[in-house]
Design a protein around this ligand. Structure first.
Ligand SMILES: Cc1cc2nc3c(=O)[nH]c(=O)nc-3n(C[C@H](O)[C@H](O)[C@H](O)COP(=O)(O)OP(=O)(O)OC[C@H]3O[C@@H](n4cnc5c(N)ncnc54)[C@H](O)[C@@H]3O)c2cc1C
Ligand SMILES: NC(=O)c1ccc[n+]([C@@H]2O[C@H](COP(=O)([O-])OP(=O)(O)OC[C@H]3O[C@@H](n4cnc5c(N)ncnc54)[C@H](O)[C@@H]3O)[C@@H](O)[C@H]2O)c1
Length: 475
C-alpha cells in the first residue's frame, strides 16, 4: 500500500548538504522528510573527507618519524601496520557517524526514509512505497567518481574513493589516474605509508591551483618519491589477473608501459542526477550539473539544489553554505545570493595548499590593474622555531586594497585561510587585515605581514614622506 506524505520540505540525499538543510529546517519546526538510498553522512563521512584526512594523519605521523633530524630527534623508519591504519580510519568514521545517523535526525524531528528517490511528476517524489508531495524539494544527491573512457579500464579491477579505504593491506604499487585534489592527497599519503606510487595526469597536476604555489607542493611530493607523469595520456589498460595492472602511456616524450598492483581512478566527479526523473520534474540539467539561479533554485521553482549535485564548488563547506542559502530562501523568503568568491578550498597535502577568491591569472583577466603581495614562512618566527619554513602567502588585491584572492602554501595553510574567508565574506580590505593584532608567535602572522607588505611601497612615496615631515613641525 502506498503512503502519501505532504511535508513542507523533502530533501533527497543525507550527505553534508542534505543533512544541513534538514537539521536547520527541523530546528525551526518545519515538517521535513529526508530520503537517503545509501549510507547516512554521504561521501564526506564515508568515502571522502573523513577517511582521507584520517589516512593523511597516519601518513603525516609516519613521515614525521623520518624527518625529525633538524629538530635533534634521530630519524627512524616507522613500522607501518596497515591493518591498524585501516582500523584507525574506520574508527574515525564510526566516531563521527552518530552525528549523521537516522536515529539522531529522527530525534531532531526529521522523517528519515531509507530508499532511492525518483520524481514521478512536477510535484511528486517516489521513495520505495512512499509518495512525497512536498511544498519544496531540495536535491542534495552528491556526486560519483568520473570514470574516463580509457580502453580496457572497464575490464580492470580499479579502485575509487568508494573502495580504496577498505584496503586492509598496503598496495605494493598504486597507480593513480588523475593528479587533482584526491589524486595528490592520496598519492602522498600512500607513499608515506610505504607504497610505491605513480600518478598519471592528462593535463597538469593540481591544475586548478596557482601554478606558482602548486609547483611547491608537487616538488615536495616528487622529492618524497612519488612519480608524477603530466601531459600524459593513458592509451590502454590491461589487467593481468589479481594484483597486476599494465598501463600504456603516451606523452611528448614518446610511449611507455608501466605496471602496478592497484589502480585508483581519481579523474573528477559527476553529479548524481541520473535515473532521478528530473525531466518529469521539469528540472533542466546536463551531465555535469544542474541549471540553478543565484539562490540555487532549479528551473522548477519548487526544487532547489545544494552541494556536489549542482556541479558548482564540490566541497563539504560549500554544501553547508548552499544549505544555509536554501533554508534562508525557503523558510524566510529572504533574498539569497550564492557567492563563489567566499568559499575557500584546501588541498591537504604537506605542505597544504589553500585558496580563496581569484587566482592571479583569473584576476589579471578580470581587472585592469592588480597588485600582488607575498610573505614567506621563512620570515615567520614560529615557522623558524618549528623548521616549517617552506612556503608563502600570496595576496591578490586591487590598487586600492580590495582583496581579490589569497593563496597559501605551507604548514597549516588550511587553518590560515580562515581569516581571509571572513575578510572576503565581510568585504574587509587589506587595510583591515594590516591593522588587526594576531598573537605572537603564530603562523597566522604571515597574513598580517603580507597585508603590511602591500602598503610598504606607499611609505616610500615622496608625497607621504612630505606629509610626515610636515606633521613633525606641529609637535
Ligand atoms: C576522497 C575525497 C576527499 C574529499 N575531501 C574533502 C575535504 O577534505 N574537504 C572538503 O570540503 N570536501 C572534500 N571532499 C568533497 C566532499 O566529500 C563533497 O563535496 C561533499 O560530500 C558533498 O556533499 P553533498 O551533500 O553534496 O553530497 P554527498 O555527501 O555525496 O551526499 C549525497 C547523498 O545523496 C544520496 N543519494 C544520491 N542519489 C539519491 C537518490 N536518488 N535518492 C536518495 N538518496 C540519494 C547518496 O547516497 C549520498 O549519501 C572530498 C571528496 C572525496 C571523494
Ligand atoms: N581537500 C579537499 O577539499 C578535497 C579533497 C579531495 C576531493 N575534493 C573534491 O572532490 C573533487 C574531485 O577530486 P578529483 O581529484 O577526482 O578531481 P579534480 O577535478 O580535482 O582532478 C581530476 C584530475 O584528473 C585529471 N584527469 C581527467 N581525466 C583523466 C585521464 N583520462 N587521465 C589522466 N588524468 C585525467 C584531470 O585533468 C584533473 O587534473 C575535487 O575537485 C574537490 O571538489 C576536495
Amino acid at each position: 500500500m502506498t503512503t502519501t506524505l505532504t511535508p513542507d520540505i523533502c530533501v533527497i540525499g543525507a550527505g553534508s548538504g542534505g543533512l544541513s538543510v534538514a537539521a536547520a529546517a527541523a530546528a525551526f519546526g518545519v515538517d521535513v522528510v529526508l530520503v537517503e538510498r545509501g549510507k547516512m553522512g554521504g561521501d564526506c563521512l564515508n568515502y571522502g573527507c573523513v577517511p582521507s584526512k584520517a589516512l593523511i594523519a597516519a601518513a603525516r605521523h609516519a613521515q614525521a618519524m623520518r624527518d625529525g633530524t633538524p629538530l635533534g630527534i634521530g630519524a627512524v623508519e616507522p613500522e607501518i601496520d596497515f591493518e591498524a591504519v585501516h582500523r584507525h580510519v574506520h574508527e574515525a568514521i564510526a566516531a563521527i557517524a552518530p552525528n549523521d545517523s537516522a536515529e539522531r535526525f529522527n530525534a531532531l524531528g526529521v522523517h528519515v526514509i531509507r530508499a532511492e528517490g525518483q520524481f514521478r511528476d512536477l510535484q511528486t517524489l517516489v521513495a520505495g512505497d512512499i509518495e512525497i508531495q512536498a511544498r519544496y524539494f531540495v536535491l542534495a544527491t552528491g556526486s560519483s567518481p568520473f570514470v574516463p573512457p580509457i580502453p580496457g579500464l572497464d575490464k580492470s579491477d580499479y579502485l575509487t574513493n568508494e573502495t580504496i579505504f577498505d584496503l586492509t593491506a598496503r598496495p605494493e604499487h598504486l597507480i593513480i589516474i588523475g593528479g587533482g585534489a584526491i589524486g595528490m592527497e592520496l598519492a602522498q599519503a600512500y607513499k608515506r605509508l610505504g607504497s610505491m606510487v605513480t600518478v598519471i595526469e592528462i593535463a597538469t597536476a593540481l591544475g586548478k591551483e596557482d601554478p606558482e604555489l602548486a609547483a611547491i607542493v608537487l616538488k615536495q611530493i616528487r622529492d618524497e618519491g612519488v612519480v608524477i607523469h603530466e601531459r600524459t595520456e593513458i592509451t590502454r589498460i590491461v589487467q593481468h589477473g589479481l594484483g597486476s595492472v599494465q598501463l600504456s602511456l603516451k606523452s611528448g616524450d614518446g610511449s611507455e608501459t608501466i605496471e602496478g598492483t592497484h589502480l585508483l581512478v581519481a579523474a573528477g566527479r559527476v553529479p548524481n542526477l541520473r535515473g532521478m526523473g528530473l525531466d518529469k520534474a521539469g528540472v533542466v540539467h546536463g551531465e555535469w550539473g544542474l541549471q540553478v539561479d543565484s539562490r540555487l533554485r532549479t528551473s522548477n521553482r519548487r526544487i532547489y539544489a545544494v552541494g556536489d549535485a549542482t556541479g558548482l564548488q564540490q566541497y563539504t563547506h560549500a554544501a553547508n553554505y548552499h544549505a544555509g542559502l536554501v533554508v534562508r530562501s525557503i523558510l524566510f523568503r529572504l533574498p539569497a545570493r550564492e557567492r563563489r568568491n567566499i568559499v575557500p578550498r584546501v588541498t591537504f597535502t604537506e605542505p597544504e595548499l589553500a585558496h580563496i577568491g581569484l587566482t592571479e591569472a583569473e584576476a589579471t583577466k578580470a581587472y585592469k590593474s592588480i597588485r600582488v603581495a607575498r610573505w614567506p614562512y621563512a620570515e615567520n618566527d614560529r615557522a623558524r622555531t618549528e623548521h616549517r619554513t617552506h612556503g608563502h602567502i600570496k595576496v591578490i588585491a586591487s590598487p586600492r586594497g580590495r582583496i581579490l584572492g589569497v593563496s597559501i602554501v605551507g604548514a597549516q595553510a588550511g587553518e590560515l585561510i580562515g581569516v581571509w574567508a571572513l575578510a572576503l565574506s565581510k568585504n574587509l580590505t587589506l587595510r583591515d587585515v594590516a591593522s588587526y593584532v594576531p598573537p605572537y608567535p603564530t603562523l597566522g602572522e604571515i597574513g598580517k605581514r603580507a597585508a603590511v607588505a602591500y602598503f610598504t611601497p606607499m611609505a616610500r612615496k615622496p608625497l607621504v614622506r612630505r606629509l610626515v615631515n610636515l606633521l613633525r613641525k606641529f609637535d
